[in-house]
Design a protein around this ligand. Structure first.
Ligand SMILES: [Cu+2]
Length: 273
């Protein structure tokens, strides 16, 4: 290599290095922009994958019994233990309740959404009947000290288990004489999606009552590991913001209230890459 060529090559390398530094500077500038940082932290806190662990955020779900009999009315009892091993007594109000309990069989059938009562010793109890044998996932969804947490454990109902296949993806579901449609566009992994639903009866719109401080409540569970997605309801419409963490199938349970009764519509949703 001749000296001028070598110099030119050196200059080219410098240009690349300075270009990269300028880009990095730009990126650093963005990270230090307080508004951008606050937004990043909010979105990071808003949509983590939840419900995969018994313990998280220094809290542990402690089911008093982890077995039940099929078709028998019983009482589910549990505590949330803090780092000191004592039952937590103070909870934040979230969606008008201090504790949301979701129970669903591992094959995503038999969904129940309950609001247990807190006893003075820190035990939560709720009447529960599990009609069929199988392994059920119990999710305790709550907030302590401003920190939302979803903990989960398994509950065993002995007997002959007849698992069901997940129904195919559909944007329409029927429940209790209502037709519920998911009216939105493409769903992609890792992008915030707006899920909007429409409820009709005999092809006419239905007047929805408020349920848990919004027009509806939505639970989304990932097929396989039953990861629990946190979704944000819109107060005034059946619209929810959710970020699906990966491609795959999800089961959505939409609950809405009409004439004093809560109805549940379930959908399978395919999320693409
Ligand atoms: Cu609830």
């Amino acid at each position: 290599m001749s000296a001028p060529v070598r110099l030119a090559a050196f200059a080219a390398v410098l240009a690349v290095v300075f270009g990269a530094a300028a880009l990095a500077g730009g990126a650093v500038g963005q990270i230090h922009d307080p508004a951008a940082t606050a937004k990043d932290e909010m979105s990071m806190e808003a949509d983590p994958i939840r419900g995969l662990a018994v313990s998280e955020n220094g809290l542990t779900l402690d089911l008093v019994r982890r077995a039940a009999h099929a078709g028998t009315a019983s009482r589910l009892a549990f505590r949330i233990l803090g780092g000191d091993g004592r039952a937590v007594l103070d909870y934040d109000l979230e969606h008008t309740k201090r504790m949301h309990l979701i129970v669903v069989r591992r094959d995503l059938t038999g969904f129940q959404h309950l609001h247990p009562r807190l006893l003075p010793d820190g035990t939560w109890t709720a009447p529960l009947t599990l009609p069929e044998a199988g392994t059920y996932r119990v999710f305790a969804d709550f907030s302590v000290g401003g920190k939302p947490t979803t903990l989960a454990d398994d509950l065993q109902v002995d007997g002959d288990v007849r698992s069901r296949r997940l129904p195919p993806p559909s944007k329409s579901a029927r429940t209790d004489g209502f037709r519920v449609r998911l009216t939105d566009g493409a769903l992609r992994a890792d992008e915030e999606s707006a899920l909007t639903f429409e409820v009709t009866r005999d092809s006419r719109p239905v007047s929805l009552q408020d349920y848990l401080g919004a027009k509806g409540h939505l639970v989304a569970l990932r097929q396989g590991d039953l990861a629990f997605l946190h979704v944000h309801p819109d107060e005034n419409s059946l619209r929810f913001d959710a970020t699906f963490p990966s491609a795959g199938s999800y089961r959505l349970f939409l609950q809405f209230k009409v004439a004093g009764r809560v109805h549940t519509a379930a959908f399978t949703l395919g999320v693409s890459r």
